[in-house]
Design a protein around this ligand. Structure first.
Ligand SMILES: [Zn+2]
Length: 380
């Protein structure tokens, strides 16, 4: 089977595991390292597709299979040419398998060797996800990058149950790939499938999982089960333990991370792709990430502040509006606040990734990383 996406390595940091590259997909080239805005329900909350594509220039966004499966359903989305056609999004789309949401949102779930049965959090209807069915759903969505069904254990968990869950994840990945290799011959377009390294916070399990997934010869590999409530250094340790085992010529995706200051840390550990709801969710709650630290917009000190959110940001919000106006919109509960704040926070994340990428290409990433660490020590 030929590659569905290809990864072009452009530069490697001599001191860390960081690298810069280009991910070639059927819906455009993605410069890496990259941050992917989260578009849970076929929309990045508060933004139009034009704001995402033209203003933010996001080359890839993430969609959630669990939510789209329940509503409006993969058959309907397929009728509209997949998620690209349905939401009229020109660039690449990555979808998760839905497993994470089944484990975190739905009630009365039951795991068996075959898959997971669960009740919809919307209306209580019973559904089943199997390794094969989640590939089929994601093919109906037309994702450029699909994820295998995995089991994400809660934190903390015993070594024994983490092992059982990791081994199931490996078996499910095998089943998903067997089905995928058949289906991909019949469907148009190019759709990659990434397996997911699990193993909770145990380096030995993480390494064993990564080694066993290598047999799948996937187009890319994800590290899952992070950001489940563990201390942040532990999350970094897990990536550090896993990454050297993953093939250097394929993209690596750390799922669901992280805070702005963590982005270069993951990149330094060999990660190319990240996603997180933080910039968009926090934006709606009035928590703004800037190059000078956070701005909590409701604070009285911004009441008559004429400055933009971030003087060194070039986003529409910062070019156009004062903190005083944004604080007013937030206090008044106006919809526009969510849009303007989300636009800025996502721009901040994309800018950070752009800076990281540029520094790797110029051979200056170690200095960049040092600067970020010093700034954070000052903020804390
Ligand atoms: Zn801005």
């Amino acid at each position: 089977m030929s590659r569905q996406i290809t990864f072009e390595l452009q530069a490697e940091c001599p001191d860390t595991r960081a690298r810069a590259g280009i991910l070639h997909t059927a819906h455009g080239d993605i410069p890496t390292p990259i941050f992917m805005p989260v578009g849970t329900q076929g929309t990045v909350k508060g933004l139009t597709q034009s704001q995402l594509a033209d203003e933010l220039r996001a080359p890839i966004i993430l969609g959630n299979t669990y939510h789209l499966f329940l509503r409006p359903g993969p058959e309907l989305i397929k009728q509209f040419g997949g998620l690209h056609g349905f939401m009229n999004w020109p660039n690449a789309i990555l979808t998760d398998s839905g497993g994470y949401q089944v484990f975190s949102l739905s009630e009365l779930r039951r795991i068996s060797e075959e898959g997971v049965t669960f009740q919809s959090h919307l209306n209580g209807d019973a559904h089943k996800f199997t390794p094969a069915s989640t590939v089929d759903v994601q093919l109906s969505l037309g994702s450029d990058i699909m994820m295998v069904l995995d089991e994400c254990p809660p934190y903390p968990v015993s070594h024994e149950s983490a092992r059982a869950s990791m081994e199931r994840t490996v078996r499910w990945a095998g089943a998903a790939f067997a089905h995928y290799r058949e289906r991909i011959k019949q469907v148009p377009g190019r759709h990659a499938l990434f397996p997911i390294v699990q193993g909770s916070m145990f380096p030995d399990l993480r390494q064993e999982c990564a080694r066993r997934l290598l047999d799948l010869d996937a187009d890319g590999y994800a590290v899952g089960g992070l950001s489940v409530g563990e201390p942040r250094p532990l999350s970094m340790d897990m990536v550090e333990a896993t990454e050297p085992i993953l093939p250097r010529d394929r993209p690596r995706y750390a799922m669901g991370v992280g805070m702005p200051q963590e982005l270069p840390e993951y990149v330094a550990r060999g990660i190319d792709m990240m996603d997180c709801v933080l910039p968009s969710r926090n934006a709606r709650n009035g928590w703004i990430f800037t190059s000078e630290g956070k701005v909590v917009i409701k604070h009285a000190r911004y009441r008559d502040d004429p400055a933009p959110l971030d003087p060194s940001c070039a986003c529409y919000t910062c070019r156009t509006h004062s903190r005083a106006y944004l604080r007013h919109l937030f206090q008044a509960g106006e919809i526009l606040f969510s849009t303007l704040a989300t636009l800025h926070n996502l721009k901040r994340y994309l800018d950070i990734m752009g800076e990281i990428r540029q520094s790797i290409l110029l051979g200056q990433f170690p200095a960049y990383l040092r600067r970020v660490r010093e700034q954070n020590a000052l903020v804390r």
